[in-house]
Design a protein around this ligand. Structure first.
Ligand SMILES: *Cc1c(COP(=O)(O)O)cnc(C)c1O
Length: 432
């Protein structure tokens, strides 16, 4: 037991019992942490290769303004993303305001009135309900005459191949596959499983566009979904690929045609990728991508650490303590509002920024119940930084993710446990 560390943690408010329990769990995870480091190393080399191949230079970090014609920093970055993720082309822009915007853009630019969108993996992420028009909303795909079909996963988490086959029809134009569980307690999909699903779908209808909502999945595995047949992957730069440094942005990587459609929708028909000044933040996109494999590895370690801690304490955790990982999200079902709130307070109290505030449930645009969010982030709302959130409704599940470093993630989890322990919401007798 490292005495100096123990004292430091104690000064930060972590009692002996919580610290020792944490150390015991961490010891048991050595082999898994080594495997995560190996994946990070491979992904680091992948990013560096893509940067070298595209001759990234100091010139790429120059500020462009106005129309942003001939912005070589922006254009080079898009080639780096395309190579790194295995696509023909990419759109990586600060003008894409968030993940939902990137997904809405990809959908609205690649679908036309009369087309049908299919989700073969159940209900998509909450904010997409309004994009699609599952919940009626101004400007939704439904308003433009794009219909929607959904096939849920089977009880055991498997794909409903029969149902999917039945759902694909002459109107089906685009299939959206969400890699991460988001705010659902279904399993996250591995890249391998996504590949199997895409092969099945293309076997029925070869020209259908397969889009993967890649949020939270980037750099968790050695491969990304474009390697297994996806036509386009979509995500947010204030999650994994921004590495904690990108202050805004989203990306679409994939087939040239899909990316082109998105570009003409983002700016304007006729303009496409040619305009869009990067206003001096492009360096953070490069640097964030460079750091992303390591940052993601720290977040993954945090997720696994949390799973093992809370599983031992008797809570249901998804994924469970030993399962393989395909995104950085950890769900813990507390089944109890007080425990959920205590957990979030602990995460907040461990933050480098805003550690003194207390998170409270509030109504957020895009969500149909109050949401509690804990985050003390350098970039507002960034969920590659240590954060926890969840809709305040049964089963009172908290979705925990991020941590720019493993050490911070560890402190956050220990602090969350400290809050539960102090309020007698957990029983640690005999565990440490
Ligand atoms: C975060 C997320 C989104 C939406 O991204 P925002 O940046 O929050 O708009 C969509 N899908 C999934 C799976 C996500 O995790």
């Amino acid at each position: 037991m490292n005495q100096k560390l123990k004292e430091k943690y104690e000064k930060l408010g972590i009692c002996k019992e919580v610290y020792e329990f944490g150390e015991k769990i961490e010891k048991e995870l050595e082999a898994r942490f080594d495997a995560i480091d190996s994946t990070a190393e491979l992904n680091q080399l992948k990013v560096i290769s893509a940067m070298q191949k595209n001759r990234v230079s100091a010139e790429c970090f120059n500020i462009s303004s106005g129309y942003g014609y001939n912005d070589i920093g922006r254009d080079t970055l898009e080639r780096v993303y395309a190579d790194c993720f295995g696509g023909e082309d990419a759109l990586v822009r600060p003008q894409i305001t968030c993940g939902t915007h990137a997904l809405a853009l990809a959908l609205m630019s690649n679908l036309r009135p009369g087309d049908e969108l299919l989700s073969p993996v159940g209900k998509p992420y909450d904010t997409l309900e309004e994009v699609i028009g599952i919940r009626p909303s101004k400007g939704s795909l439904a308003e433009y005459g794009v219909t929607y079909a959904q096939v849920d996963l089977l009880e055991d988490g498997e794909f409903d191949y029969e149902g999917i086959k039945k759902a694909i029809n002459e109107k089906t134009r685009l299939v959206t596959i969400q890699r991460s569980k988001g705010y659902a307690t279904r399993p996250t999909l591995s890249v391998e499983r996504i590949g199997k699903l895409i092969s099945f779908i293309k076997g029925i209808k070869p020209d259908v566009i397969c889009m993967v909502d890649n949020c939270y999945g980037e750099f968790v595995e050695e491969r990304e979904p474009l390697a297994v047949g996806a036509d386009m992957i979509v995500g947010s730069l204030i999650k994994n690929p921004g590495g904690g440094l990108a202050p805004i942005g989203g990306y679409i990587v994939g087939k040239k045609e899909c990316v082109e459609n998105a570009a003409y929708r983002l700016t304007s028909p006729g303009l496409g990728k040619e305009v869009g000044a990067s206003l001096g933040i492009i360096q953070s996109f490069y640097q964030g991508l460079f750091l992303a494999p390591t940052v993601v590895s720290g977040a993954l370690k945090g997720a696994i650490f949390a799973a093992n801690i809370y599983e031992k304490l008797g809570f249901e955790v998804v994924p469970n303590g030993t399962e393989s990982r395909h995104d950085i999200i950890q769900a813990v079902k507390f089944g109890n509002k007080d425990a959920m709130i205590a957990f979030c307070e602990g995460i907040q109290a461990a933050a480098p920024v805003d550690s003194y505030v207390t998170p409270e449930p509030w109504a957020m645009p895009g969500y149909d119940s109050d949401v509690i969010m804990a985050a003390g982030a350098f970039v507002q709302g960034s969920s590659i930084e240590l954060s926890a959130d969840g809709p305040v409704k049964p089963p009172y599940a908290v979705y925990f993710q991020g941590g720019l470093t493993w050490y911070h993630a560890k402190l956050g989890i220990l602090m969350s446990l400290q809050k539960l322990y102090e309020r007698k919401l957990v029983n640690m007798d005999g565990l440490c």
